[in-house]
Design a protein around this ligand. Sequence first.
Ligand SMILES: Cc1ncc(COP(=O)(O)O)c(C=O)c1O
Length: 408
Amino acid sequence: MSTDFIVFGAPAIEQDEIDEVVRCLESGWIGSGPRVAQFEAEFASYKQYPFAAAVSSCTAAMHLSVVAAGLAEGDEVITTPMTFCATVNAIIHAGATPVLADIDPVTMNIDPAEIEARITPRTKAVLPVHFAGRSCDMDAITEIAARHQLTIIEDCAHAIETEFHGRKAGTFGDFGCFSFYATKNVTTGEGGMVLTRNEADQARIRMLALHGMTKDAWKRFSDEGYKHYFVVETGFKCNMMDLQAALGIHQLRRVEANWKRREEIWNQYNEAFAELPVRLPADPEPDTRHAYHLYTLLIDEETCGISRDQFLETMTAHNIGVGVHYLSIPEHPVYQEKFGWQPTDYPNAMRIGRQTVSLPLSAKLSDEEVLRVIETVRTVLSTESKGRRTDGLRARSRVQHANACLST
Ligand SMILES: Cc1ncc(COP(=O)(O)O)c(C=O)c1O
């Protein structure tokens, strides 16, 4: 069995993407252009939603959405502490104030009751994250938003294929923000998309993403001849390039095949880890579709006999790339300093953030690699928990014992 390093979240890139990138390079038009327009149209069609605007990242998608929603200084946006820093940073950069609402410990998604508890007269928006690809409770969230007249901006970085009660993630609110970062279910290397409820918002996002220049300014160097443009807003620079869209067009064509492969791996992991002393991800809810973006184990040192960080180290030592999604937002010094947030204020997110480990779940994984991940996790955890029950060795030496078992 090969023991090459298994890269966490390695993208499944095929020849079609490579050929399209080469054609794009040879076409002489690598910036925003026809391939971006095609990718937007095909993404909108996949989501069965009319309006999509491609941008440079999900971070940009959320930043521009908060700006386009008209939020200003002093306006509060409620979001989750179990997310990537980009979610919170986007709110801050748009000039609004993030407010955290703790998660449900089973789904790991923002808890609607916690949202309700954090609403003040300054609350203007809610920004749920469909964590790991599992939809938030959008019935409850849309009901709260309607009652309090809140804009909904969905962070769908994990949720390209996600559905909730027959509706697709990113179409519940005013703005649905997607990521095509290297590890995501569809990748353009870096990239993002905003789904908008109406054409005016789509146009505004496009304009904000290109310096605030008037519509179609990207065509100014096209074969239609030089076109003057006017700057009508102080915008940003976060348009998507055709080079990126060249990847995305073909990635999107395999989105369902890749989803099926990840579902298969997810089910293999569930079966293989059922008897281990770890918590597995909650099963998808009925009448929903999980995007199977992250497969997370919770490592409780008490029951596993190994700390989460020791588990990370051991997996890496055995050439298996793992991730942490995420240390809760209040663990980071900058937010403690800015907002006075403390991890203990959001106990569910804190505990999960300190115990969680994401295993490789890319469609690129071979059967052999999946078996290697399974074998390594089982050996580390069964050795560890057995060690804990029988001999009470200190955690560090138990890790060494697990390493010895694996290297034989
Ligand atoms: C939940 C979540 N939100 C936002 C982002 C930011 O996405 P991007 O890297 O496309 O800006 C990520 C990326 O990892 C993410 O996981």
